[in-house]
Design a protein around this ligand. Structure first.
Ligand SMILES: NC(=O)c1ccc[n+]([C@@H]2O[C@H](COP(=O)([O-])OP(=O)(O)OC[C@H]3O[C@@H](n4cnc5c(N)ncnc54)[C@H](OP(=O)(O)O)[C@@H]3O)[C@@H](O)[C@H]2O)c1
Length: 272
């Protein structure tokens, strides 16, 4: 049996660590790759059975990064590539989504055996505000807009399956959670999980982007403006098919991540 060894770009980031866990649980070896590996991609990828092609968050030139990795994979003979894109990549008003759309195009024309994953925003993105003494959901967009918020652990499990199993060549999979949820649903569900009030607050965009590096602020503003108007609805049936079970309900993700019991508190415990 093949001993899989997967080179994971941005492998020490939030997504990379979750994927590494899922791959190791399935007996695969993982090679997390970071900044220092970009200047030595050939040795970094040499001997891998697959590459997980993932740019770091808000990378300024994702297509160039994707092109470099594809070229190196071709040179050293790694012919299976899984591209970590995003839900709704062709969204011209969000430049970092557009970078992923261009990346997808490069992947499809690479001549390698490819699969594209399009995850929605993770539930985990909202956790920092829910930890600590005064948990709250604070977002710079309409709190009633709907998103296919997905559990990062589910995305990682789906990615590991696609990397290690056959049958996914030439597929593009959108990965949304089990049902559409809003920031208001997250606050209400967190309140049940934590058994306390969890205020929901809309914050000014300037405040939300203030901690980000200057170079990222414009793209973040564009993203929040889009979210404010449209949310980011994303279907959950593909994830269900890949995992052989429904995606993890919002209440269960929050309970696990916040170290609380799953309240299974009535019909609305999973959001809508
Ligand atoms: N968060 C979400 O809800 C969501 C949803 C869908 C898709 N995504 C996508 O998922 C991807 C991963 O996001 P993430 O937040 O998990 O990643 P992340 O935490 O930003 O990734 C950090 C990793 O990226 C590496 N890195 C940082 N700057 C780099 C550079 N200039 N060149 C090469 N590598 C660099 C770091 O290298 P070192 O190890 O050297 O520090 C580290 O391994 C992004 O493309 C994001 O758009 C995210």
């Amino acid at each position: 049996m093949t001993q899989h060894e997967v080179g994971v770009l941005a492998g020490r980031g939030k997504t990379g660590r979750a994927l590494a866990r899922a791959l190791r649980e399935r007996g695969a070896r993982v090679r997390p790759l970071g900044r220092a590996d970009l200047d030595r991609l050939d040795p970094a990828l040499s001997g891998c059975t697959a590459v997980y092609l993932m740019a770091p968050n808000l990378h300024p030139d994702e297509p160039a990064l994707v092109a470099d990795v594809l070229a190196a994979a071709q040179r050293v003979g790694v012919d299976r590539v899984v591209h970590h894109s995003v839900a709704a990549p062709y969204t011209p008003s969000m430049p970092h989504h557009l970078g992923k759309a261009r990346g997808e195009d490069l992947v499809r024309r690479s001549g390698l055996r490819w699969t594209v994953l399009q995850p929605c925003a993770y539930v985990q993105n909202l956790l920092s505000g829910l930890r600590g003494d005064e948990p709250a959901v604070r977002v710079p967009y309409d709190p009633d807009r709907l998103f296919g918020l997905v559990d990062l652990a589910d995305v990682a499990e789906a990615a590991a399956r696609v990397l290690l199993e056959d049958g996914h060549e030439g597929a593009t999979y959108e990965l949304g959670g089990p049902r559409p949820v809003s920031a208001r649903d997250v606050a209400e569900t967190a309140a049940r999980v934590l058994r306390r009030d969890v205020p929901l607050q809309r914050v000014p965009t300037d405040e939300a982007v203030a901690a980000a590096p200057e170079a990222e602020r414009e793209w973040l503003r564009a993203m929040f403006e889009y979210y404010d108007r449209h949310g980011l609805p994303t279907g959950g049936l593909v994830l269900r098919a890949l995992l052989g079970r429904g995606g993890t309900p919002l209440a269960a993700t929050l309970a696990r991540e916040l170290g609380a019991g799953d309240p299974a508190a009535g019909p609305s415990a999973t959001g809508r």
